[in-house]
Design a protein around this ligand. Structure first.
Ligand code: AMP
Ligand code: GLY
Length: 434
């Protein structure tokens, strides 16, 4: 198989690393890729959303499978683009069609979908500029904190959680009347605040059957103890100790099965990953959000735990024969620690020379924002490297992730030192029976 993988982050390096191990692989192309993906295949200087360029490349290079990393090409309809083209139609795309991608692309769509299929989630109402006054009145009926979500994609910034009624009203007004997030906030979902601990569950589906991938927890804030601004994710752990077999069975029965059958019964063309962000509400899972792709940095712990040949699994998705695919998971714990540029998630410098990558041992250094320049690897983004390691416990895996991070340096580099500590404390309390 000749594969084209779209995207350029740590998620894509992890996917490329895994696919490069498959005996089924012919050529692997990554567009646009990063310095890490170039070790697994050939980087192609092409935007993941330039469908015409992708079409020409796929035909010229006899690509037989397209794997889509980020949400953007999916929400813009890359799968539909392939299906509408006589010459591309037979080439499987791992990723849902435009309508399925609305599970991530529109909060209002995904809430309506969940309610239609009885999938547990926070109560909500949706408002527009025309119904701003009703929205303000609705806020008065709720208790703080308030959860306001821009309907459309807003680069991960579209969810705001004000703690006072005045702030919530100001925020709603800014989103609807002042288009704070542009078109993305032309509709706003206001929903009930859910208490509990968050985790994410990942599913791969061919539209008929599905495989549950390992669950993971990520660490979104820039600062230790979950303080400071939101980021794309500063680290991840898989599996998640509080997501035991009984909890995951509830997730599968109450959420995964109705999601897959709901997509099917509505005739929504979905073949790809579903990322389900969950709140563990006192042992009961509730959906916070769907994404139509894998998470980053969750992929950097989830994909290495898959023991089976990922390309064989993708091939089965393309043929709608996923139920027949061999699929096994490494029982060990994987952790990843993200090294970022100084200043991230605000402004940061690029082009800093990265040293020490050759000294990394007993861990994988997945590249996120990196590039090659004059024979050196330099920084090219906010999130730069994810250090993934395995262990028989979270502590053991973290020890190796942090040892690896300690070998690598660049001007202004930063990483959180407390990834997984909440889970270690949870295990200790659990053992003590509290
Ligand atoms: P999202 O962009 O949908 O992932 O939301 C960003 C973050 O906001 C989530 O990871 C949660 O931490 C938080 N969040 C979203 N919805 C809720 C909710 N209904 N209750 C509590 N926290 C929420
Ligand atoms: N780590 C969260 C995300 O990929 O959306």
């Amino acid at each position: 198989m000749n594969v084209l993988l779209l995207g350029s982050g740590g998620r894509e390096h992890a996917l490329a690393w895994k696919m490069a191990q498959s005996p089924l692989l012919g050529k692997l192309y990554i567009a646009p890729g990063n310095a890490g993906t170039s070790q697994c295949g050939t980087n192609v200087a092409m935007s993941a959303t330039d469908f015409e360029a992708i079409r020409n490349f796929v035909l010229a290079n006899a690509v037989t499978l397209v794997v889509v990393g980020p949400e953007d090409p999916l929400v813009r309809g890359i799968r539909d683009f392939f299906l509408a083209d006589e010459q591309l139609r037979h080439i499987p795309v791992i990723g849902p069609g435009k309508t399925g991608a609305q599970l991530e692309g529109s909060k209002d769509f995904s809430k309506q979908f969940m309610f239609r299929h009885g999938i547990p989630t926070a109560a909500y109402q949706t408002f527009t500029k025309e119904t701003l006054n009703e929205g303000l009145a609705f806020l008065e009926t709720l208790r703080p904190p308030y959860v306001l979500k821009a309907d459309g994609l807003a680069a991960g910034k579209g969810v705001v959680i004000p703690h006072t009624l005045a702030d919530a009203k100001a925020e709603l007004t800014a989103m609807l009347a002042e288009a704070k997030f542009g078109d993305a906030s032309s509709k706003v979902v206001i929903e009930e605040f859910l208490q509990g601990i968050e985790l994410s569950v990942f599913v791969l589906t061919d539209g008929i059957s599905y495989k549950m991938l390992p669950a993971a927890k990520d660490y979104k804030r820039i600062g230790e103890h979950d303080e400071g601004l939101n980021t794309g994710g500063m680290g991840a752990v898989s599996p998640v100790p509080f997501a035991d077999a009984a909890f995951l069975e509830k997730v599968e029965n109450r959420i995964v099965k109705p999601t897959i059958s709901g997509l099917r019964s509505e005739g929504i063309d979905y073949a790809g990953f579903i990322f389900i962000g969950l709140m563990n509400d006192d042992g009961d899972p509730k959906v916070i959000e769907y994404n139509c792709r894998m998470g980053d940095p969750e992929t950097e712990v989830v994909i290495p735990r898959i023991q089976s040949d990922l390309l064989a699994v993708f091939e089965a998705v393309g043929k709608q024969q996923l139920s027949k695919a061999e699929f096994s998971i490494d029982p060990r714990t994987a952790t990843t620690v993200m090294m970022v540029s100084g200043g991230y998630p605000g402004d940061y410098a690029k082009g800093k020379v990265i040293t020490g990558l050759g000294n990394v041992q007993n861990a994988l250094a997945f590249h996120a924002g990196t590039a090659q320049k004059d024979g050196e690897v330099v920084t090219a983004g906010g999130r730069v490297l994810a250090f993934t390691a395995f262990g028989h416990s979270i502590e053991e895996a973290l020890h190796l992730s942090y040892s690896a991070a300690g070998e690598v340096s660049f001007d202004g580099h930063y990483y959180r030192r407390d990834i997984g500590q909440d889970l270690i404390r949870y295990m200790e309390r659990h053992k003590a029976g509290r």
